[in-house]
Design a binder for this molecule. Structure first.
Ligand code: SF4
Length: 398
């Protein structure tokens, strides 16, 4: 069994490192990503063939470095590649230095209007400035911010939002519409391009999925910079997840999006988890355990819902990409198990079937189902880690 684990683990790693080519033998799963140029946000590449990064934003006072770092650490543990913090005042940019130094991931400073905050944030070590150059005043100020970004190795993100479009565009178009969002984005971009600064990405967010998706499609055709995609102010955990999945799912499926942020009125950790689930659903990232489970019905031979809840909770610490099927009976159990790394299918007389790498392997009785599946997944994760250690030149496939 251990040898099979290692072989399977090596196979998984090979697939991961082949990136999008992994879907070639199932062409109906291919997503052709838009070809964007690549920029760096700290040590995280965004755009080009870089993995689509997942980011979130803290909601603690940035001036409270300890509380902000605590939230950043929790988001990073959940898989965040990047974290944004708002910098509305000098106390925030003063704390930023500590935050940047101690953060496990690159920090993006969110700036509105106050160009001095941008200068301070760049100096404090922010990896990226979220700023709209058209909002900070004179051309000289834009030049100062660009110089600070260059001096300190910062990239930028232009963040257009349907709720805060420029007055002249609202007058021209009558209301926020896709063309207005794209025109705004290209205007801000031109202010950077005119000064020969090209290390920027753009977002054109709206809370309306139709508007946001149409704007991103328009922008993707109009410019080659990486795109940060998101549905802004999407709502609470459940409604916001659904809305974001529709909007971002549409874009990602079309190949649009180089970094994503799911905006939820919820813990930033939830934003990260939802973002990763989206990317995993589309085969664009592979991280952690993916559970395939049935909704259960009267045919279930064990309590599917409580078992899945406990398995997901207990396996939240696993980073290796492992698929697990938890299916209540033989109607769909064997079929799903064939497609997953570890499968559990409910059987009669309180005796259930375990599948490993798609093959029926052994049976077990009620009582220790969850413990058994958790142990199998943890063993599989260790095998993948060992296989990775055997291939030291590979980069982190997270
Ligand atoms: S797999 Fe079996 S238990 Fe699960 S929903 Fe289908 S019929 Fe019901």
């Amino acid at each position: 069994m251990a040898i099979a684990f290692v072989q399977r683990a090596k196979h998984v790693l090979k697939i991961m490192w082949r990136g999008i080519d992994m879907t070639n033998y199932r062409p109906y799963r291919d997503i052709q990503r838009r070809k964007s140029r690549q920029i760096m946000v700290g040590d995280v590449a965004v755009g080009g063939d870089a993995p689509i990064s997942v980011q979130t934003m803290t909601n603690t006072p940035t001036s409270d470095a300890a509380a902000t770092l605590d939230q950043i650490n929790r988001a990073a543990e959940a898989g965040a590649d990047l974290v944004r913090v708002s910098c509305p005042d000098e106390d925030s940019t003063a704390a930023l230095k500590t935050i940047v130094r101690e953060s496990p991931v690159p920090i993006i400073a969110d700036i509105h209007f106050h160009y001095r905050r941008a200068l301070e944030a760049a100096k404090a070590g922010a990896a990226c400035l979220r700023i709209n150059p058209g909002n900070i005043g004179s051309s000289d100020r834009v030049a100062e911010v660009i110089k600070a970004a260059r001096d300190h190795g910062c990239s930028m993100r232009i963040g257009v939002n349907g709720g805060s479009l420029e007055r002249n565009l609202l007058e021209k178009y009558g209301e926020p519409c896709p063309d207005a969002l794209v025109e705004s984005a290209l205007y801000h971009a031109s202010l950077l391009q005119d000064k020969d600064f090209h290390d920027f990405k753009i977002s054109v967010k709206a809370s309306d999925v139709f508007l946001a998706v149409a704007a991103y499609h328009g922008l993707a055709d109009a410019i080659d910079c990486p795109l940060h995609i998101g549905i802004t102010e999407a709502g609470g955990l459940r409604a916001g997840t659904v809305k974001s999945s529709i909007g971002l799912g549409n874009l990602l499926w079309s190949g649009i999006g180089d970094t994503i942020r799911v905006s939820l009125s919820a813990d930033p950790v939830e934003e990260v988890k939802v973002g990763f689930e989206m990317l995993k659903s589309l085969g664009l990232r592979h991280r952690g355990v993916t559970v395939i489970s049935c909704p259960s019905c009267s045919r279930q031979q064990f309590d599917v819902i409580s078992s899945v809840r406990e398995i997901e909770d207990r396996l939240a610490h696993i980073n290796e990409p492992i698929t697990v099927s938890i299916i209540g009976c033989v109607v769909n159990g064997p079929g799903e198990a064939r497609m997953t790394d570890i499968g559990l299918t409910g059987g009669g007389k309180d005796t259930h079937q375990i599948y490993l790498s798609g093959m029926a392997d052994h049976r077990l009785q009620n009582g220790d189902l969850v413990d058994h599946v958790v142990a199998l997944v943890e063993d599989r994760a260790e095998a993948i880690q060992r296989a990775r250690d055997d291939q030291p030149k590979m980069t982190n496939p997270k």
